[in-house]
Design a protein around this ligand. Structure first.
Ligand code: 6CS
Length: 340
């Protein structure tokens, strides 16, 4: 005969086991760089924090394991991935306002000012989350990845010298317009095609932070690195919104704390990285030439930037104007200004 008390206790035990199994989840997080590059270092710290403070496990998918940036974004939107790092350089057609990060000479280069800006900015922390939410994404943070430098096959100091030079850009309409305004022939391409396109002379230049020019060996297929001071690379980390909203308050807090810890880590990690990367490139290729344009030489590029800002406003209307105005105010405050 079946003992009913035993049945109940095993049913209770089973339900506890299931609850336990459902409680500990595995979350997938993909990013656009290798595991030891900036986005990877951020992701590793995020994983470490989440795993130390919850039962959950984070599986990391570095660049290439699940496709290009556009692929991982689709996977995050559809819920195959729980977390994704996609830079605004690839988010331009999805969220036109994200192109504000390509208004040249808008962002400063000083890492501490940038960190303060990203942490406190109303545009970043209140306005952008609403725009990402419209695309089914919970914006968790944005952070800087360093001064953008242009690596080319021939030297240049003026927009005229960029004439007929095909410069690869990320697939962002405003970034394309920037290079047109700078005198070059912009060529938007996914990341995976850049090295080969430089090697075969389909393009003659590309832009990226110094750590990336070093780690991805862009210096092997270009000979000059020029800093015109036009931008600092921004990236963004987000979660699938449905997934995020389904989390308990406690788990949302774990995620938020892990993001904050990873943010601090990545700001710290980047101290001196630009200079160290230059040294590494020089050690591997002594003939590589590094040039920082003077303020005077930058003048025509700054001039061109005004036209690009106008184009941003034409592309995004009132919503873009509000974001741009707010960003300028937030930047002034981060730089110690008095506005607001
Ligand atoms: O230029 C690109 O496509 C890449 N640059 C950086 C610094 N990170 C990811 C992105 O794919």
């Amino acid at each position: 005969m079946i003992d009913p008390t035993r049945l109940i206790s095993s049913a209770a035990l089973l339900s506890v086991t299931f609850a336990g199994a459902a409680g500990a989840e595995t979350w997938r997080y993909a990013f656009e760089e290798a595991i030891d590059e900036v986005q990877g270092v951020f992701a590793q710290k995020f994983k470490e924090e989440v795993e130390a403070n919850s039962d959950h496990t984070i599986e990391l998918y570095p660049y290439g394991t699940l496709g290009e940036s556009a692929d991982i974004m689709e996977q995050a939107q559809s819920g195959i991935l729980q977390f994704v790092d996609q830079s605004p350089g690839f988010t331009g057609s999805l969220i036109p306002e994200a192109q504000v990060f390509f208004v040249p000479y808008l962002l400063p280069q000083d890492t501490e000012t940038l960190a303060t800006f990203f942490e406190n900015s109303e545009a970043i922390n209140e306005m952008f989350p609403e725009l990402y939410a419209e695309q089914g994404l919970e914006l968790l943070t944005m952070f800087p990845e360093g001064e953008v430098a242009i690596s080319t096959k021939e030297p240049f100091t003026t927009p005229e010298e960029l004439s007929n030079v095909k410069v690869r850009t990320m697939t962002n309409p405003l970034l394309v317009e920037s290079y047109r305004a700078f005198g070059a022939t912009p060529t938007p391409l996914p990341w995976g095609e850049v090295y080969g396109a430089l090697q075969t002379d389909i393009i003659q230049g590309q832009e990226n932070p110094m750590f990336y020019i070093e780690s991805t060996k862009m210096y092997e297929v270009t000979d000059y690195v020029t800093m015109i001071g036009h931008n600092n690379f921004t990236t963004a980390v987000m979660a699938n919104q449905q997934f995020y909203e389904g989390l308990s308050d406690e788990d949302q807090q774990v995620v938020e704390n892990a993001i904050d810890a990873a943010f601090d880590t990545i700001i710290d990690y980047q101290k001196g990285l630009h200079e160290e990367s230059i040294e590494k490139i020089k050690a591997d290729k002594p003939s590589m030439t590094f040039t920082t344009l003077s303020e005077e030489e930058r003048a025509p590029f700054r001039e061109a930037a005004q036209e690009v800002e106008q184009q941003f406003l034409e592309m995004t209307g009132d919503s873009g104007q509000e974001i741009l105005d707010q960003m300028k105010q937030d930047l002034e405050e981060a730089q110690g200004g008095t506005s607001g």
